[in-house]
Design a protein around this ligand. Structure first.
Ligand code: NAP
Length: 259
């Protein structure tokens, strides 16, 4: 549905891009002309994902990086720029989560999720900034959050707090870096049916039907719904959009508030 060259010439780095929603975003960006950089921890998954993209003729670089480590994130950004000559788009997608009532959550479990989601996003933005502000297209940051960050997330206080922090960080950066022509936006997916997260959090716990019914549309989303939103936000079609949180949740948030 997008013009086939809508992202032509851009270089996009996607953290957690070797699987799940991140890989779908990477494939969609690549098919629409971008050169893509995948950054995550597991080398086998990175190699496998990069091979899939290469087979489609997409120019791809896979870089091993743990987003909890600023030096590794910085090195991944520098590798991207050395390899492709620029960085125009950063998608902060990497995340960790596990179900645990807060009273049973260890400080270490709390710290781990905050480290991946919130600190990892800050590290990405910080390391990419000097390159994004040189982008001839205007720099673009998209971070994947969830409306559960705003409503609170019983059973995942760590992830909810981290996502709320990312929303606030993104709005701060949208203002601080607007003069550098960097747009900073977030996407809030609802439950995405074809992901490992939904399988673990909802299907394995017998909550699938309940969670499905919580959406106004009565169904889970697909990875491609999020990739389409991320494409729109990265493209010139969204040139005047910054500091926005695009909710792609089938009306889950609204139904929750209206009920
Ligand atoms: N699935 C949903 O329904 C849903 C709903 C709302 C929001 N979201 C958000 O959407 C994003 C993607 O979700 P998903 O379901 O596709 O997740 P996923 O399948 O669990 O993928 C997460 C990715 O992050 C990477 N990652 C985890 N820890 C990392 C670390 N320390 N450093 C670098 N990379 C790391 C993982 O790769 P390695 O393990 O190899 O590092 C993996 O590729 C997340 O931000 C999630 O919170 C998802």
């Amino acid at each position: 549905m997008f013009a086939p060259d809508i992202l032509q010439g851009r270089v996009a780095m996607i953290t957690g891009g070797a699987g799940g929603i991140g890989l779908d975003i990477a494939k969609t960006y690549g098919r629409l002309g971008a050169r893509v950089v995948l950054a995550s921890r597991n080398q086998d998954r990175l190699d496998h994902a990069a091979a899939q993209l290469s087979e489609e003729g997409i120019d791809v670089l896979a870089v091993r990086a743990d987003v909890r480590n600023y030096d590794e994130v910085k090195a991944a950004v520098e590798s991207a720029v050395t390899h492709f000559g620029a960085l125009d788009i950063l998608v902060n997608n990497a995340a960790g989560n596990f179900y645990c009532p807060t009273a049973e959550l260890s400080p270490n479990g709390w710290r781990t999720v905050i480290d991946i989601d919130l600190n990892g996003t800050f590290y990405g933005c910080h390391a990419a900034y000097k390159h994004l502000k040189q982008s001839p297209f205007g720099g673009c940051i998209i971070s994947i959050v969830t409306m559960l960050g705003l409503s609170g997330w019983p059973g995942a206080a760590h992830a909810g707090a981290a996502k709320a922090g990312i929303l606030s960080l993104s709005r701060t950066l949208a203002v601080e870096w607007g003069a550098d022509n960097i747009r900073v936006n977030t996407i809030s997916p609802g439950p995405i049916g074809d992901t490992e997260g939904v399988r673990r959090l909802y299907q394995e716990t017998g909550r699938e039907e309940l969670e499905r019914k919580k959406t106004a549309l009565g169904r889970f989303g697909r990875k491609t719904d999020i990739a389409n939103a991320a494409t729109y936000l990265a493209s010139d079609m969204a040139a005047y959009i910054t500091g926005e949180n695009m909710i792609v949740d089938g009306g889950r948030w609204l139904k929750y508030v209206a009920a």
